[in-house]
Design a protein around this ligand. Structure first.
Ligand code: ZN
Length: 306
């Protein structure tokens, strides 16, 4: 089952993708795809639906984050051997956890705002793991029982703030507005099977930069869920982005970073694809804070005339 949210920023409606790739409207049944909808029983109820009875959504609406109310967005650093090597850093002995502020999340095809002081804007295609059931001190062999599904993520990163201007930890360079494209879908585990066999790819301006497979992860999804659940309580709706394979801009010789006007495309056959255009934050000032947490995306949507 592929769950999604479609429509203008801040007024997304719940939907489900049918076998023909048509979006069906879930709004007569649920008000939104909230963390409660990601609970095992609620997902089973949705899976039992005859989606052909639901209204088809016309056109190609904008897609939002596939669920709403994400409590925590965790990133995992250096989780592929080849990426650790290109970063010139040793293989971690334990998972590296960092925060992506939940204010950075956006739809899979929304523009990426280049921060005003950015000099090293970079890309990272990743597999995201979505929690559906509270996880606290969960053993590895039970960890995936707490997973509602998987999604594609771009762990957009600004390296000068992640490393040079970080003060010793990475989150400053990971959490700018629009640094968290998520989606297009949340795909339930029955459609994925083993999450350690998924191809990931990413292109910049049509040129292939990253080609990886989740089998090359240092710590598996089950290990990561178990490990993180020993460091904190994982809650329904939490997202863990599980690290990126090699091919990021920072690892190139010479390094290559994103410029305004560049287009980033990424995907995974099982999870769908994303496309972001890089636009300048300077030319696109943030809206007044009184517009609330969706202000940035609302502004982008307005700017794009969607
Ligand atoms: Zn990453």
């Amino acid at each position: 089952m592929k769950l999604l949210r479609y429509g203008p920023v801040g007024s997304e409606r719940p939907g489900i993708l049918d076998a023909q790739g048509v979006i069906r409207d879930l709004s007569p049944l649920i008000s939104d795809i909230t963390p409660e909808v990601l609970a095992p029983d609620a997902l089973h109820a949705l899976q039992a639906l005859d989606v052909s009875q639901l209204q088809a959504v016309p056109g190609q609406p904008r897609l939002g984050v596939p669920w709403t109310g994400m409590p925590t967005y965790l990133g995992i650093g250096l989780n592929y051997h080849d990426h650790a090597a290109e970063a010139g850093l040793p293989i971690p002995r334990e998972p590296i956890m960092f925060a992506k502020w939940t204010s950075c999340v956006c739809g899979p095809n929304d523009d990426t705002l280049m921060p005003i002081e950015a000099t090293q804007l970079d890309w990272e295609v990743e597999l995201g793991v979505v929690i559906g059931k509270v996880a606290r001190n969960v053993p590895e062999h039970k960890a995936l029982e707490h997973v509602a599904g998987y999604c594609l993520t771009n762990d957009v990163s600004e390296r000068s703030f992640q490393i040079g201007r970080s003060g010793g930890q990475w989150s400053k360079g990971k959490g700018f507005d629009t640094f968290g494209p998520v989606g297009p879908y949340l795909v339930t585990p029955d459609e994925i099977g083993d999450p350690q066999g998924l191809d990931l790819w990413l292109k910049v301006n049509g040129q292939r930069m990253q080609s990886g497979n989740t089998r090359d992860m240092i710590f598996s999804c089950a290990q990561l869920v178990s490990y993180c659940s020993r460091m904190m309580t994982l809650r329904p709706g939490d997202l863990i982005s599980t690290g990126t394979p090699s091919g990021v801009g920072m690892g190139m010789k010479p390094p290559r970073f994103l410029q305004i006007g560049d287009v980033v495309e990424l995907g995974c056959p099982a999870l769908g694809s994303q496309r972001q255009r890089i636009v300048g934050a300077q030319e696109n000032p943030l809206p007044d804070l009184q517009h609330g947490p969706h202000g940035t995306r609302g502004f982008l949507q307005h700017r794009q005339g969607v």
